[in-house]
Write a protein that binds this ligand. Structure first.
Ligand code: GDP
Length: 316
């Protein structure tokens, strides 16, 4: 059986991302005209680890705190306009109850195995080539420093202080692998955009992490974390553009969505809407995105469902 893998090929006309001149505080306006092309290519079903594959896939709704539709009313219309329809679902078949709350993600028939029952730290690698070589699929989690990455990873695995990434610029940059349910990895990558980082640290991040993205065969998708409590940042879109241009699947994970008022007086839903408007202009097909809060648990179970359906379509 063939499955579809969403791939996107970008054509970037704006300045290259992660350049040493990137400023985390710049607005996004420079990138509003960046054109992107998406393409769908056929994918074999995921097959390298039978424990990761649902044998009889069905829509699987996990128990626990569920995000409420009341929490995200202003984004609902937008979600309807730009849905991420996963492999196995015909767009015309999509109904309201198939859309994960606070996201544009349609739940397909192959979602499953969303519960995290066990997690173990495997290793920290200082070079992409030192990462585990066992062919299990993995999700890389990346975002600007202070975006809430450690909090999200800890919330996902329901453990305190699992995430180990060094927060200080200039310190050794490490790729941390956590094995989930003995079948797939969460990968904690160093944060980018340290406000006071020396240029050398920013350049290190760039070459180090780019090397991982470009060479990691087992990467299913990047979860690109975006702080919803502050207005959209140029460096985040730079990162998204680079991933798109290099055909690396990504999901936007908006963090801190519990905050009622964010920086500069804007609310998370307003910031997300602004960010989406830029993304819509840059991407003919919308990448998946989801609202989360590590404080309230918003989006946690839904993000795991989304990851499960991506994982089940993954094929190395
Ligand atoms: P990291 O540098 O990306 O790993 O960010 P952290 O996880 O350390 O979080 C940075 C700051 O944001 C900390 O003060 C967290 O308590 C706070 N934070 C993280 N996630 C959330 C969230 O979902 N909601 C709120 N209100 N604060 C958060």
């Amino acid at each position: 059986m063939l499955a579809l893998r969403i791939r996107f090929f970008g054509v970037q006309t704006a300045a290259s991302l992660f350049s040493s001149s990137s400023s985390s505080s710049s607005s996004l306006s420079l990138h509003r005209s960046t054109p992107y092309l998406f393409n769908l290519s056929y994918w074999k079903p995921f097959s390298c680890s039978s424990s990761s594959v649902e044998q009889n896939p069905s829509i699987h709704v996990v128990s626990g705190p569920k995000s409420t539709k009341a929490a995200v009313p202003e984004t609902v219309k937008f979600v309807k306009r730009a849905l991420f329809v996963p492999p196995g679902v015909q767009p015309e078949e999509v109904t309201e109850d198939m859309i994960l709350p606070g996201s544009n993600i349609v739940l397909g028939p192959y979602a499953g195995h969303a519960q995290i029952k066990q997690v173990e730290f495997v290793k920290s690698s200082s070079k992409p080539k030192d990462c585990p070589k066992d062919d299990r699929p993995e999700f890389a989690i990346v975002g600007r420093s202070n975006v809430g990455k450690s909090s999200l990873i800890n919330a996902l695995v329901r453990k305190k202080e699992v995430a180990l990434t060094s927060k200080k610029p200039g310190k050794t940059q490490l790729i941390n692998h956590f094995l989930v349910n003995r079948s797939w990895y969460i990968v904690d990558l160093p944060g980018y955009g340290f406000a006071n980082a020396p240029e050398s640290a920013r350049t290190d991040w760039s070459s180090f992490t780019k090397g991982y993205f470009l060479n990691r065969e087992t990467l299913v998708a990047v979860l690109l974390l975006i702080d919803a409590s502050i207005p959209a940042q140029k460096i985040d879109l730079d990162c998204a553009n680079w991933l798109g241009r290099n055909n690396i699947p990504l999901t936007f994970v908006f963090t801190k969505c519990d905050k009622t008022k964010g920086g500069r007086g804007t609310r998370p839903d307003e910031n997300i809407k602004d960010f989406q408007e830029v993304i819509v202009k840059n991407y003919p097909q919308p990448p998946p995105w989801i609202m989360t809060s590590s404080v309230t648990g918003l989006g946690r179970d839904d993000l795991l469902l989304h990851m499960s359906q991506l994982r089940n379509y993954w094929d190395n």
